[in-house]
Ligand binder design. Structure first.
Ligand SMILES: Cc1cc2nc3c(=O)[nH]c(=O)nc-3n(C[C@H](O)[C@H](O)[C@H](O)COP(=O)(O)O)c2cc1C
Length: 184
């Protein structure tokens, strides 16, 4: 079994990015599971809070799930052509303490993708993530690219990804990344 974690960077109930993360779980090939997370429950990073209480529960749980997964999919919204603070904040917490960075991110297969309301489909945000991912030492999968432009038009009334062409691309993306992650 290949286990993947998909982290959507949005707290919005009808988030396009969470819909994309859920589509990975739905369309993953046999033998591949995708567990979906969002930044829910993750407070703003505060070094004083960390010193007094350690990592928040939501961060500990996510760290554990990432460490036991074969790979991670970062599903990023785009804010002002950059990374959304909510997701960057979560990744920053996940990088604490520095002694754990290698265990959480080091050499971990990571796929980058995203959805946005605009025509770029999160392209600018995905590029903006690259310096951070490099700093964390992940093994970035470059075998596929996935952008969901005008994402609202790809979703059904129930908030699921329904566009057939995009569902096929999502299916190919998760298949390719699962293979890269080791078991496929
Ligand atoms: C502060 C802010 C900045 C945004 N900037 C962009 C942008 O640069 N490009 C874009 O395509 N959409 C932009 N949007 C629109 C988002 O793509 C849209 O809100 C989308 O629904 C966010 O993803 P979500 O549905 O997963 O929450 C922005 C939204 C916000 C709130």
């Amino acid at each position: 079994m290949t286990q993947l974690v998909a982290l959507s960077g949005s707290l919005r109930r009808e988030s396009f990015n969470t819909a994309l993360a859920n589509a990975f779980a739905e369309l993953a090939p046999a033998g591949v599971s995708v567990e979906v997370f969002t930044p829910a429950g993750v407070p703003l990073y505060d070094a004083d809070l960390e010193a007094a209480e350690g990592l928040p529960e939501a961060v500990e749980v996510l760290k554990e799930r990432i460490m036991s997964a074969d790979g991670m999919i970062l599903v990023t919204p785009e804010y002002n052509q950059g990374v959304p603070g909510v997701l960057k904040n979560t990744v920053d917490w996940l990088s604490r303490p520095p002694a754990d960075i290698k265990r959480v991110f080091g050499d971990r297969p990571l796929a980058l993708c995203g959805a946005s309301a605009g025509r770029g489909g999160s392209r600018a945000a995905q590029y903006a993530w690259l310096p951070t991912l490099r700093a964390l030492g992940v093994r970035l999968w470059n075998g596929g690219q996935l952008y969901l432009p005008a994402a609202g038009e790809l979703m059904g009334d129930d908030g699921r990804l329904v566009d057939n062409d995009m569902r096929e691309r999502v299916e190919g993306f998760v298949r390719g990344f699962a293979e890269f992650s080791g078991h496929g």
